[in-house]
Design a protein around this ligand. Structure first.
Ligand code: E4P
Length: 212
């Protein structure tokens, strides 16, 4: 499983990039709005730093508008992935994008059949939202397992991108259940590195070295 950062903040993206584990970036309209930066300019900055997939979401709700926006976003850099919501109109647009070799990430996926529909429309990635499912009393991780089973059974290449991740256990379980990518807030990326026994071990090694 690869790691993406879920952020439109350049400081956060740089910090994650320097850690050496970053394979891509996802943004969404809420994350971009929080930054107050020009969307296209920010995407240029991100894509010049991170060479893996950088998801940029369309705002239109109709396929024609999504296609116009997505084609413009795809011009920014070859590693732009156009993020499209899981709707009928969205899937019409995904089909056309796939014929034009524009990569897509179908977002706001909350069921395995939605993921299958997105894959059949030609999506490069599907994004099941774990945390938001947990928030309403469902088990987001079970959705990863279901999608992975269906994609395996039917030889589907679309990558499963675990999104709306809230804590390290979402990450380890997503990896174990077959997600290809997890997109994480910087806070969760930092948490992944931590283990109290690692800290204790370093402290003991350093103490022993000082007292040799
Ligand atoms: C990523 O592609 C999603 O937009 C993001 O993970 C959503 O996370 P949230 O549910 O914490 O807003």
């Amino acid at each position: 499983m690869k790691f993406f950062i879920d952020s439109a903040n350049m400081d956060e993206i740089k910090e994650a990039h320097e850690l050496g584990i970053l394979a891509g970036v996802t943004t969404n309209p809420s994350l971009v709005a929080k930054e107050g930066a020009d969307f296209q300019e920010r995407l240029k900055e991100i894509t010049s730093l991170v060479k893996g997939s950088v998801s940029a979401e369309v705002i239109s709700t109709q396929a024609d508008g999504m296609l116009a926006e997505g084609r413009e976003l795809a011009q920014i850099a070859p590693n732009i992935t156009v993020k499209v919501p899981m709707t009928e109109e969205g899937m019409k647009a995904v089909k056309v994008f796939s014929e034009e070799n524009i990569k897509t990430n179908v977002t706001l996926v909350f069921s395995s059949v939605q993921a299958l529909l997105a894959a059949r429309a030609g999506a490069s990635y599907v994004s099941p939202f774990l945390g938001r499912l947990d928030d309403i009393g469902h088990n987001g991780l079970d959705l990863i397992s279901e999608i992975a089973e269906i994609f395996d059974e039917h030889d589907i290449d679309t990558e499963i991108l675990a999104a709306s991740i809230r804590h390290p256990m979402h990450v380890s379980e997503s990896a174990a259940r077959g997600a290809d990518v997890a997109t994480l807030p910087l806070k969760v990326i930092r948490q992944l590195f931590k283990h109290p026994l690692t800290d204790q071990g370093i402290e003991k090694f350093l103490n022993d070295w000082e007292n040799r």
